[in-house]
Design a protein around this ligand. Structure first.
Ligand SMILES: Cc1cc2nc3c(=O)[nH]c(=O)nc-3n(C[C@H](O)[C@H](O)[C@H](O)COP(=O)(O)OP(=O)(O)OC[C@H]3O[C@@H](n4cnc5c(N)ncnc54)[C@H](O)[C@@H]3O)c2cc1C
Length: 369
């Protein structure tokens, strides 16, 4: 049995940032990841859009960015278009996740790849985690193993409500850079909306990455009747059809996005971070920065509570700190989301405002009211 202060399950952005923060604060930590990580390795269904502030914050090398973006083009199927300016990047998740995991390892965390967690149980005040290869023990467990979180399932935590889950379909399509530049523009990502005639609660997207286009669609899972047909309806839109002409399908992958929180984010020295906790923007589905921040905050919470001898308050302090940093806004967005997707009229009002304001400004400033 190998002993650590903290075991982190999952080497996505949430797990890697938790491991990095743990190592920097002097905790022995081990990340268990079921896949093999490499720059062009395991595929993760994701738009991969990140804000430029994040690129700068982690010093992400520009040559690893699949496309630099200057605008978000918003299409409503009724014909209206809106344009939101702002610099960002789209990344391949294999490359991005590997970069973050390398940061954690460079800080001193131990990474165990191709070691899926297969069991977790509490024994004599600590956790014993079993993988396909070994057994590990630690006082604290960070569940950073994504929306389905096998860790939290084994610990009998409740799953999300169906209104809080978006079913997505992603296709990676190979085309040419000149075709992307001609149809989508060299530095734009495109989002598609329409409650009555496209997607009831959600949206679809075309994100260009080098000579490929990530084609995505997502709808609230309990409202989906036939996902493949609904996806086809999107790719059949005249604009989209033209963009995808002569492209070849390389990958097809469904995946879930949680857009509401789990009923708890902490219990008995176990922290849910990132998608495992449902810590995602409920309007846009953006989750990468929130996974990273929640991973960091979970470890800072452990440190604060240990130093101040407040171990009975770990859960309260974790959620308070998340709230203070960003979770309060995400909770307000979860409520606003229902109103935005109530009618096409509300949706268009939101898209018009989104051209000039951040979605947090629209929600917190009550600009929709
Ligand atoms: C279609 C789609 C498009 C998206 N687009 C964007 C976007 O453009 N921008 C954005 O910010 N967010 C986007 N998101 C959301 C974003 O992908 C997630 O919020 C983010 O990946 C969450 O990070 P995480 O670390 O919590 O979990 P994940 O990235 O899901 O990582 C979980 C890790 O746990 C590992 N794991 C699972 N089970 C086990 C096990 N038993 N043992 C060991 N390891 C295990 C997995 O292999 C994985 O590496 C998108 C999501 C989807 C589905």
């Amino acid at each position: 049995m190998k002993n650590f202060d903290i075991i982190i399950i999952g080497a996505g952005p949430g797990g890697s940032f938790a491991a990095k923060t743990a190592a920097e604060n002097g905790y022995s930590s081990c990340i268990l990841e079921k896949e093999e990580l490499s720059d062009n390795g395991r595929y993760k269904a994701c738009g991969g859009a990140i804000a430029w502030e994040l690129v700068e914050e982690i010093d992400y090398p520009e040559e690893k960015i699949a496309r630099v973006i200057e605008s978000l083009e918003l299409h409503h199927v009724d014909g209206e278009t809106y344009s939101k300016k702002g610099k960002g990047g789209v990344v391949w998740r294999s490359t991005f996740d590997k970069f973050l995991t390398d940061m954690a390892v460079d800080s001193g965390a131990l990474l165990k790849e191709e070691e899926p967690m297969i069991n977790v149980e509490q024994k004599n005040g600590s956790y014993v985690v079993t993988t396909n290869k070994d057994k590990y023990s630690a006082k604290y467990v960070i569940a950073a193993d994504g929306v389905n979180s096998p860790t939290l399932k084994l610990l009998n935590w409740p799953f999300f409500a169906s209104e809080d889950i978006i079913l997505t379909i992603t296709e990676e399509r190979k085309t040419t850079i000149s075709s992307i530049d001609k149809h989508l523009g060299s530095d734009s990502v495109h989002l598609f909306f329409g409650i009555k005639n496209l997607i009831t609660v959600g949206y679809a997207w075309l994100f260009p990455k080098e000579d490929k286009i990530t084609v995505g669609w997502g709808n609230q899972i309990n409202l989906v009747k036939n996902s493949r047909e609904e996806f086809k309806k999107f790719t059949g839109l005249p604009f989209v059809n033209q963009v995808l002409q002569n492209s070849t399908l390389e990958i097809f992958k469904p995946h879930l996005i949680p857009v509401g929180l789990r009923s708890k984010l902490y219990e008995d020295n176990v922290f849910a971070v990132g998608d495992a906790g449902g810590i995602v923007d409920p309007i846009s589905g953006k989750g990468i920065p929130y996974a990273m921040m929640s991973g960091q905050i979970a470890i800072e919470t452990i440190k604060t509570c240990e130093e101040k001898d407040k171990l009975d308050r770990l859960g309260k302090i974790y959620e308070k700190s998340l709230d203070r940093n960003f979770l309060k806004v995400l909770k307000a967005k979860r409520i606003a989301r229902d109103k935005i997707f109530q009618s096409d009229e509300n949706l268009k009002k939101f898209l018009k405002l989104w051209e000039n304001y951040r979605s947090s400004q629209i929600v917190m400033g009550k600009l929709m009211d």
